[in-house]
Write a protein of this length. Structure first.
Ligand SMILES: [Mg+2]
Ligand SMILES: [Mg+2]
Lengths: 602, 602
DNA sequence: CGAATGTTTATAAACATAAAA
DNA sequence: GATTTTATGTTTATAAACATT
């Protein structure tokens, strides 16, 4: 993440509407936009308690202890069967009350309970030959694959064959992945809407034509029609290019894919790119493949075909499958918002889709004295984005923001950028006559050095905020892992969390023995990483200069996901806990000497 | 460079007008644009011989041997006092004649002669306190530096204080750097024009006002006035952001600079950014600082100030000084072109400055049998871009394109992008009414997935090519070095080439002993760079998967710069030769087992 | 030559966080 | 001291130029 100077490890993110109301009376910057009627009915029970100031009733079995070293921080061990929402509500109230002087950060972990991965929904397990179409035998220079169906109009039934891919033939593997609500909502819309039998291509064309007409005649869209499946096709998926490429590549058995197949896979699974996006999206795909080191180009043995792969050490094995299996119930508020957005006056147009709020995952080491009688187990029932489990302790050093939802998405209407020229002109550079000398007055220049669409546009200042006010939850991790990993095979049965299985607690697949791991460590401890001529991790680490370097914790630790509730800014962040009990385990690296003060700003 | 599949090590670059005419009768794609009158008078002597087909008369002392392993490649050892131009002419003719069947690549190296770095122009060596203004003592939290003069209008005399900075107090260091002619021309214009005493700021404002008027009234610019110093201010320098940032940081003694100082330095040295560029250029600076790993942010001891540094291992110590010292005579044709460009009809506007041709540097290992009686010495007199000497053998593996001239430069008239809206509207998104559904007809969409400005604009197809037809020469290297290096101090006197001094042939500064160097090597030999948890080189290396990994040649080799003349595409590329004589030297790593076939496509 | 593929640079933008007002 | 604004830093998206296959 290239930490800012003294940036706290647990980033304070944008305010996130927690599943419970804000018990505090602070002035809400969000404005009076969101009436309490939008609360989920299932959270009503917890919302009442939150308002009472001091005496929060916690469900039985909850243990709260002060963090050994972190100020104003408490660790809350929650039984798996507890109601997380009410707990968060109570903690929020408590934190609000104490303010900055008392505990205002709560690290939520799970402790005991019935959590032996209770029946997760089993994937449809359809045999998938998808995205394998040009997977030539790599040595047979035979007839080149004939014209693919890329961009070829398909018959009505050939719509996105979602849920078809498997990660390393992931059959028995129950992937418990927590996703951003937004993503899930999007997916829900995708799946529920697109499963109907309609000719998307045809409808899209109608839509386009309709749009062209509108643009030309500048006619108000009658709308009225509820946003149907069209929206799921027309709306851009909430995944970054990097994420989608990973989805695509990881959908294959051999974890490799040609560029053309990546195109096709994305088009098949995200019709937006097939029907709406400008062709420049393929340029962006190529750009991402080149830019990110995690994507490695490999050539088949005969050198005829180039495949894009994900470097094994960086592969989180994310698949769209995993996202689908999460399938939360579609948020009714979402529909409402869509309607609202659709009915907005045309003048308050989009051009920039509001970014999706996210919570971040960060690995946070915790040392408990052995005396603490906390029953910890890796499987957490609280809805945590478990993909974060893939992160190793390296994340503490080179904490790099990771997300699935893109930070910036244009989502502009594909051809509506220059409405004035909508008739004939191609997307041509505006003729600024006279060579490089036509310098307009600086006085009208934007002030900020960070170009902003909103700054020079005071009209309808937050109209776009109405677009997705309810979609505020977590995110998936898509950036490369910081720890060398093995294949993406199904996790051991003993672990309910597939992601944890990718970073086995004992020996990392890429290292034959712990000794090798240790031998390789010292390089990471050097304050000058450039001194080592070793090749880099893909995308991964930067020196992160000012922050003290944290030794890469050996694999002998217990990694557990948790949440951090920061009542100072009403943020709920996902963290990865590295819990150690000094004296219980061997510690050849002396990693337990980590001092929490390292991670505390100031 | 993220080699393309089977990309040759010696890249074929765009046609470069060699210092001699093309002896071949092939159809010139350049068109009849450049009359031979544009030849440099000093090269007239060599140009005559080139036309004769077979019997090329080489100056005495030239040795030509076939490359041990590379097909159709010959190594040409040239005495230092030989006329390189005539040799290139002769070789070109020879290569053209043989075509693809005979030798068509010539590796030019120097052999013996009087080359003891003959008097290079000594830098003005002015004491410079520039760019040190906010260099607080790093521990004195005293009064914060008062308002800086950034963006504050300066009095006429405070224009670019060029040539003031020094690299590590580089006084006695004679930096022999070959630069792109274009860069030099630009610099020449800058220095010769801007040294006059005029109030640039004032004139720029007049200019801007004039421009605004033009944009509003759409009046043809009367021009007529020859492109004076204004152009050097108005024209964007031919350096990428990465290069300019390096210039800035390397101009300081401690090789570190605050962001604000980077801004200021660039504004001072490249008035374009001070007076013309949109404020977004600062965003780009920050983007570059973050994006490129070679730029490392460090915090002062007291944690109060953040400095940007260049990772020592990646620092080529490039300074604008070095570029200035090259100061070629300004090309008369350049002026002519400027005039032409200025007088072009306004409809054929710029929007995209033509990119500058360059030659690349690549390290090329060569093994000579000891029997070959070639007298090699590290100092080469041929005008080679010596910055390439900084590259190590790693470049072969992770050959990454390096350049100073940016690959893409917009160079749009600062505020002329939306002439229609020039009055009131801020750079606002074009109102494409109706949300994400206004999908224009796909039929009119651009075909290529790589957006192109020229494609949808068939009018005046190559008008912009007239802009700088003569500017076709080499480039400087700005990307991070591939070899750990020490400080940027002056080179040892025994070496005339400062860049070579940064990679001493025996022991690299960052390694205390050859043993350390060797110990660190094996990591590079692993076929899976991700398996090593070592931190990465900044920006540097990617797996470059299909190509066989080349062991990092130990420091016991002789690195020499050379040129590769490829008559197949009339390219002249700079290479770094790693010459070894098996049996003569110790080779603990067995690096001599390198087989040239590794680097030969197919 | 043209299209597909691959690499880099530029620019805008969203968003976070720290510093300054 | 809290709030707002600004400066700084990180990422993602998009366009584009150019090289290579
Ligand atoms: Mg890549
Ligand atoms: Mg950086």
């Amino acid at each position: 993440m290239k930490t800012s100077p003294r940036r706290p490890l647990i980033l304070k993110r944008r305010k996130v509407p927690l599943p419970v109301q804000n018990a505090s009376g602070e002035t809400s910057k969000e404005g009076p936009k969101r009436p309490p009627a939008q609360q989920e009915p299932s959270q009503a029970q917890a919302s009442t308690k939150a308002t009472e100031s001091n005496s929060c009733k916690f469900p039985a079995g909850i243990k709260i202890i002060d963090h050994p070293t972190m100020p104003n921080t408490q660790v809350v061990a929650i039984p798996n069967n507890a109601d997380l929402n009410s707990i968060i509500a109570a903690l929020t109230a408590r934190g609000k009350e104490s303010g900055s002087s008392g505990p205002n950060k709560f690290i939520l972990i799970s402790c005991g309970g019935s959590s032996a991965h209770p029946g997760r929904p089993q994937p449809p397990a359809q045999a998938s030959s998808d995205a394998q179409r040009t997977e030539v035998p790599a040595d047979t220079p035979g007839p080149k694959p004939v014209a693919r169906d890329v961009n070829v109009p398909r018959s009505p039934g050939t719509l996105p064959r979602l849920k078809q891919e498997s990660c390393a033939g992931g059959e028995a593997a129950g992937y418990a992945l927590e996703n951003s609500l937004t993503n899930i909502q999007w997916l829900g819309k995708m799946s529920s809407d697109s499963l109907g039998s309609c000719n998307i291509k045809q409808e899209m064309q109608e839509k386009e034509n309709c749009h062209l007409e509108q643009s030309q005649v500048k006619v108000e869209e009658p709308t009225g029609a509820p946003p149907s499946w069209r929206d799921s096709v027309a709306e851009r998926p909430p995944y970054s290019y990097m994420a989608m490429i990973q989805f695509a590549i990881n959908s294959t058995e051999r974890k490799r894919m040609t560029l053309k197949d990546i195109y096709t896979w994305i088009e098949d699974h995200f019709p937006y790119f097939k029907h709406i996006a400008k062709p420049g999206w393929k340029n962006s795909i190529r750009h991402n493949l080149s830019l990110h080191d995690m994507f490695v180009r490999e050539t088949s043995a005969n050198g005829k075909v180039s495949f894009w792969t994900i470097h094994p050490s960086a592969n989180r094995c994310l698949t769209l499958d995993q996202v689908f299996k999460q399938q939360k119930r579609p948020n009714p508020e979402f529909r409402r918002n869509v309607t609202i957005k659709t009915e907005l006056p045309l003048g308050t147009r989009r051009k920039m889709k509001p970014l999706l709020p996210r919570v971040s995952s960060y690995l946070v080491p915790i040392q408990f004295p052995v005396s603490q009688s906390l029953v910890l187990q890796p499987s957490v029932k609280v809805p945590l984005p478990l993909a974060a489990s893939l992160m190793s302790s390296e994340l503490v050093r080179h904490s790099k923001r990771v997300r699935i939802a893109p930070k910036k998405q244009h989502l502009r209407a594909p051809r509506g950028d220059e409405p004035e020229l909508v008739f004939a002109e191609p997307p041509e550079p505006q003729p600024a006559d006279g060579g490089p000398f036509q310098t307009p007055v600086k006085e009208t220049l934007p002030i900020s050095s960070t170009p902003s669409k909103s700054a020079p546009l005071p009209s309808t200042p937050e109209a776009w905020r109405l677009a997705s006010p309810a979609a505020k939850v977590g995110e998936l991790e898509v950036s490369p892992v910081r720890t060398p990993r093995g294949t993406c095979g199904p996790p051991p049965d003993s672990l309910g969390l597939v992601e944890l299985s990718c970073t086995p607690p004992k020996s990392l697949p890429l290292f034959g023995s712990p000794r090798e791991l240790l031998d390789a460590q010292p390089l990471e401890l050097t304050p000058d990483p450039f001194g080592s001529p070793a090749p880099p991790h893909p995308d991964v680490p930067r020196p992160a200069s000012p922050e003290p370097q944290v030794p890469n914790l050996a694999a002998s630790r217990s990694l557990t996901e948790g949440l951090v509730l920061d009542t100072m800014n009403d943020s709920l962040s996902k963290i990865l806990l590295d819990i150690s009990f000094p004296g219980l385990d061997e510690d050849p690296l002396g990693a337990d000497n980590i001092n929490w003060s390292q991670f505390i700003p100031e």
